[in-house]
Design a protein around this ligand. Structure first.
Ligand code: DQA
Length: 151
């Protein structure tokens, strides 16, 4: 199952940036742990600080991959272009945030991308990504090839 985790602006600085909010682990380190935990998944990771490159990546994988887990960083709150990119593709996107954006500044309470995403997970630290992964893992193909949600 091909799944792509996309991190947006400033998330390359995880482990360095505002540790009290985002923790002290780098995403690269966490990603290695995820891959080791789920060796059967074809897990990939992409990070960019540039809105257009995030959109290009969404277009590139968004018709063939099983799922995208997207932390759009601050673009979450501003980017109609990212929302349109998510709306344009067929691959489902789960929005994730490390921090609980609803417990923070008011400008973080609005997500431009949430209405285009399958669902949103926030506030569980880096575990937010693992929770999103668990959703995709829970999808099992049924006999006629459709995806069904199993409990
Ligand atoms: C974030 C929350 C955003 O508001 C912020 O701009 C980020 C990180 C999070 O993961 O908690 O860069 O997406």
């Amino acid at each position: 199952m091909k799944l792509l985790i996309i991190n947006g602006p400033n998330l390359n600085l995880l482990g360095v940036r505002e540790k009290t909010v985002y923790g002290n682990r780098s995403f690269e380190h966490y990603f290695e742990e995820l891959k080791a935990t789920y060796p059967d998944l074809e897990l990939e990771y992409f990070q960019s600080n540039t809105e257009g490159l995030l959109i290009d990546k969404i277009h590139e994988v968004g018709f063939t991959y099983k799922g995208i887990i997207l932390n759009a960083g601050a673009y979450t709150h501003t980017s109609i272009a990212l929302a349109d990119a998510i709306g344009a593709i067929t691959t489902p996107v789960v929005e994730v945030h490390i921090s609980n954006v609803y417990a923070r500044e008011a400008f973080r309470h609005k997500s431009m991308i949430a209405p285009r995403c399958l669902g949103s997970i926030c506030g569980f630290g880096l575990e937010s990504y693992r929770l999103a992964l668990q959703y995709f893992i829970s999808l099992k193909p049924n006999k006629v090839g459709f995806e069904v949600k199993t409990s």
